[in-house]
Design a protein around this ligand. Structure first.
Ligand code: FAD
Length: 418
């Protein structure tokens, strides 16, 4: 729905009452050509591209909760493409070329803010490692700047760059085109744009099982009845293993809780995203002024969205060790999301052994940034029943062949990436 300036004025004079619904409230039909399970960023972006780029089809996005209730609106909004591994870099770089145009494309302000992402180094060896990553990026035509400690201090004056700290800063790798975006706006933007193109976006409709007949998918069973479909795409993030199990598909995924927190809002003190080089910690400042803190996963498997205090304490400790001045701020809110951690730290974007079943999962710490590229790529996979080049390395096959996609040499564990 596109509003002209006149419509805005009209509603302003009427006291902003009785605006038309942004999204129709749709009940599930008995049959679609494609059912996408999961109304997060990835599912909605996929539906949007299916409807926009391919021959007319009956498409539904079936979401168990409400739009933006999943990780799409629980994340810390970092968007970047600064990966060493070519496959990770190619997919996220495609997304990074789409992000700046997205508000216009969706007619919804996703507030993309290319404020830069700075990865810190705390030793000369680590700086060498960042130089290696930066060189790999530069060779691939992706922007990367290696900074020494003095340049880091100029860029982020609030950072403690003295040498007597627990983690002295020796430099950093900066990607200036990277940054942040408004997460729930992404979900709403894609949902509204998909609905305008005829997609049924169905909320409050949990899918209980995927249905099959021999080697093919035939639909899904939901809490609101069965839906027949020749193609079913899972974009259910932390809920994927259960649904896949309903058709005897075992996925190499573990669910963990990933927490984040915000401080009380303050005037602008941090104009870029900063990530710790040793511990899993990162911080940025929201447009409201809150410092947005992200940390590591809670170290046990869970479907619960409430986490442990020690993880938040570790986050706060890291924050204060890098930015002593932030120690004066109070934490206002913490929350968590269930992330599906794959065994090599990279996503699964794959066809399966069942005809008509497609899986998008395993995004670990970092699927938000890739959303626009996932939408394009997953839609192509579903529409043409083929594996697009960008998705090739992320097929399920890799766990059989051993051709895993790990950001080797960039941390003690393969899944330490957000
Ligand atoms: P979701 O929004 O979780 O969508 C999946 C949807 O499927 C949910 O709405 C869920 O309700 C639905 N669903 C599940 N099961 C069923 C079912 N049976 N039936 C129907 N619907 C179902 N990524 C970044 O790139 N940058 C970051 O800075 C970043 N920070 C993060 C910080 C935190 C605290 C967390 C938790 C995640 C972070 N991520 C980040 C990861 C990112 O949020 C996810 O990888 C990404 O959102 C996953 O894709 P999605 O948006 O489709 O997932």
């Amino acid at each position: 729905m596109r509003y002209s300036a006149l419509t805005l004025l009209y509603h302003a004079f009427r006291g902003h009452r009785r605006w038309p619904r942004a999204l129709p409230d749709v009940a599930p039909k008995h049959e679609y050509d494609v059912v996408i399970v999961g109304g997060g960023g990835h599912g909605l972006a996929t539906a949007y591209h299916l409807a926009r780029d391919y021959a007319p089809q009956r498409i539904a996005v079936v979401e168990k909760g409400w739009l933006g209730g999943g990780n799409v609106a629980r994340n810390t909004t970092i968007v970047r493409s600064n990966y060493f591994h070519p496959a990770r870099r190619a997919l996220t770089e495609r997304a990074l070329t789409l992000w700046p145009r997205l508000s216009h494309e969706l007619n919804f302000n996703v507030m993309f803010s290319p404020r830069g992402v700075l990865n810190l180094a705390h030793s000369t060896a680590q700086l060498d490692d960042l130089a290696r990553r930066g060189n790999a990026m530069a060779v691939a035509g992706v922007d990367a700047e290696l900074l020494d400690a003095a340049a880091v201090q100029t860029l982020v004056p609030t950072l403690d760059t003295t040498t007597v700290t627990r983690f002295p800063v020796t430099g950093g790798l900066l990607q200036r085109r990277a940054g942040t975006a408004r997460h729930d706006a992404l979900a709403w933007g894609y949902a509204r744009a998909a609905a305008e193109r005829g997609v049924d976006v169905i909320q409050h409709c949990p899918v209980q099982t995927v249905l099959r007949d021999g080697g093919r998918v035939t639909g899904v069973d939901t809490a609101r009845g069965s839906i027949r479909a020749a193609k079913v795409a899972l974009a259910t993030c932390g809920g994927t293993s259960d649904l896949a199990a309903s058709v005897a598909l075992r996925l190499p995924l573990e669910n963990h809780l990933l927490q984040a927190a915000v401080t009380e809002p303050v005037k602008p003190v941090l104009n870029t995203v900063v990530t710790h080089g040793t511990l899993n910690f990162y911080v940025s400042q929201s447009d409201k002024g809150e410092l947005v803190l992200g940390g590591d996963i809670d170290g046990y498997n869970t479907y619960a969205r409430r986490g442990d205090l020690p993880t938040i304490e570790a986050m706060a400790r890291c924050c204060v060790s890098l930015f002593p001045a932030f120690g004066q701020l109070r934490l206002m809110r913490t929350w968590g999301g269930v992330v599906d951690m794959s065994m090599d730290g990279s996503p699964i974007l794959s066809r399966t052994g069942l005809d008509g079943l497609y899986v998008n999962a395993g995004w670990c710490y970092g699927g938000f940034k890739a959303t626009p590229a996932v939408g394009e790529t997953f839609a192509r996979m579903i529409a043409a029943d083929e594996t697009p080049a960008l998705a090739g390395p992320f097929s399920l096959e890799r766990f059989h062949t051993g051709r895993v996609v790990a950001e080797e040499g960039h941390g003690p564990r393969p899944w330490r990436y957000h």
